[in-house]
Design a protein around this ligand. Structure first.
Ligand SMILES: [Fe+2]
Length: 375
């Protein structure tokens, strides 16, 4: 229960304690969910604060495909390795990446594979790891998880998956040689700046080239992960079958995660929009087969996603099935502007012929607005 200032940000919250007018008349009973009608009433009676419970989101715990702690451990190892390599590079050490570093990241991969086996028929979702480090480390781990899922679904053997995943985890290691100001630049890069950033693919390959026992697959992924089937990619401008399938997997997973994660220069986009963009890319530039496999293994509307239904009602996703992820279960707010009779309704979109999800809304932004309004 929280005390919250009366404002539009209360829409969807439940009144936790009875509200009385200055004259002592009961205005609202506990349990009423705030809609515009209720809000008007509070404002007319000049009520400044009420006690609320977050009704719409109560009891909904967004869950990632891998436990937060495990994911955080992986991010920490990647951070440690990247920072080590960066330091050795600056000191001019010849082989900045050591066999020990590779052993550490291999261990991370083994653990991720084991974790994903436990989650056999769960769709891919990640939750924001609050307070974790720079984008590159989180991104590397996300791309690795997606790569493991996708290559498994494509029928790769465990040993091959490990080598592909190693390429995924280290795909951007070459960024240690790019000026950090460019990596973190919040505005659009100039042509020259973009060319400098693009060099990370070759740099990564150079860093790993001399390491004995590192699979060819892994090195190729690091070098070629920005190649596109139509020849528009870099560094070599390869086309079609010149780009091995295991490289294409990482390319698609990299693009997907880059679009659905917050960056310094833009907010993340909703999952379904990212998948739409990838579908367009799958006409010429990325492998359509890999796109299809990825699509089948991603939760389009993960639990906790704010959605707007085709009849304009707002809601939160409370569950979904792997076979039909675009028709999840949704808790909606029946928010009639003319009535104070308001309630929450659980709808299973799989059973509805007429309702569909029209858009998504950012639960986090609404929550943050509410936090600011709190006492
Ligand atoms: Fe990259």
């Amino acid at each position: 229960m929280k005390a919250a200032r009366v404002s539009e940000a209360l829409i969807g919250s439940m009144i936790a304690e009875p509200v009385f007018s200055e004259q002592g008349n009961l205005l609202l009973k506990e349990g009423v969910i705030v809609n515009y009608h209720v809000l008007d009433k509070l404002m007319i009676h000049e009520i400044d604060y009420v006690y609320i419970i977050e009704a719409l989101t109560q009891g909904i715990e967004p869950k990632g495909i891998i436990e937060d702690e495990k994911l955080l451990d992986s991010v920490r190892v990647v951070k440690h390795v990247f920072e080590d390599v960066l330091e050795y590079e600056r000191m001019g050490v010849k082989s900045a990446i050591s066999k020990e570093h590779i052993a550490l990241v291999r261990e991370v991969i083994n653990e991720l594979i084991v974790e994903l086996e436990k989650a056999e028929d769960i769709l891919y979702t990640v939750v924001d790891l609050i307070g974790t480090d720079a984008y590159t480390y989180r991104h590397s781990v996300n791309v690795t998880v997606l790569t493991i899922i996708t290559s498994k679904a494509l029928g790769y053997r465990r040993e091959d998956i490990k080598n592909i995943a190693l390429g995924a985890l280290l795909h951007d290691i070459g960024k240690v040689r790019v000026e950090p100001e460019l990596i973190l630049k919040p505005s659009k890069l100039t042509f020259e700046e973009r060319k400098k950033v693009e060099k990370h693919a070759e740099y990564g390959y150079e860093l790993l080239e001399a390491i004995e026992g590192l699979p060819y697959t892994t090195k190729q992924i690091i070098r070629l992960h920005h190649e596109k089937l139509d020849g528009s990619g870099y560094p070599l401008g390869l086309q079609g079958i010149e780009i091995p399938e295991y490289v294409r997997i990482v390319t698609v997973c990299d693009m997907y995660d880059a679009m659905t994660t917050d960056r310094v220069y833009r907010k993340r986009m909703p999952i379904y929009r990212a998948l739409d963009i990838l579908m367009a890319e799958a006409i010429y530039r990325i492998d359509p087969k890999i796109y299809t496999v990825l699509l089948r293994n991603i939760a389009i509307y993960p639990i906790g996603t704010g959605v707007i239904l085709s009849d304009s009602r707002i809601g939160i996703v409370t569950g979904f099935r792997k076979e039909n992820p675009s028709r999840p279960k949704v808790r909606v707010l029946n928010n009639s502007p003319n009535s104070s009779e308001i309630h929450l309704e659980e709808i299973d979109l799989e059973n509805s012929q007429i309702l569909f999800i029209e858009d998504v809304w950012d639960v986090e932004i609404v929550k943050q607005k509410k936090e600011k309004l709190l006492n």
